[in-house]
Design a protein around this ligand. Sequence first.
Ligand code: IMP
Ligand code: MG
Length: 185
Amino acid sequence: MDFSHVEADLAKTLITEEELHAKLQELAREIEADYEGKDLLLVGVLRGAVMVMADLARALQRHIEMDWMAVSSYGSGTVSSGVVRILKDLDSDLTGRNVLIVEDIIDSGLTLSWLRANLESRGAASVEICTMLRKPDALKVQVDVKYCGFDIPNEFVIGYGLDYAEKYRNLRGIGVLAPHVYSGE
Ligand code: IMP
Ligand code: MG
């Protein structure tokens, strides 16, 4: 879906599809160099990371494996609760694996700091993080992120996998949601 279909719901457009893809190419080159000669397991965090995972995996000019986890930190609201639950676990054994967690966004950082510790405890050789977006002003815990696409303002954004109440995930770019859309919360 293009921006033109959701104009009335957006305060502004933030990142275009072209900018996202250009950034993913940059990140892919860094990842290829850093993991040269090593196996690489991409772990996508459902559901938001689906688009980043699909595009990053295809940008990488090397073999990778993919696995998925679903965790929930909050429901349809716009504020992080810090409560993390595993809704779907990995199928892979992580012993000795080089794991790269692929995420759509780091907001408070609570989800990812919990997830990294959880994956490290399973015997992975390494666990690093790749996120398309990060909100530096919203961070509540320090998270060491190896690959980050864009630092963005502390506003609620949608598109490219990111939802509000399960909508807008299929928007090609990323936009800031207009407050009138969620002010009835
Ligand atoms: P954190 O635990 O606060 O870092 O947030 C983790 C999850 O919250 C992300 O993976 C997203 O699913 C969701 N989230 C955080 N900020 C936004 C946003 O601006 N738009 C949509 N989802 C968000
Ligand atoms: Mg997510």
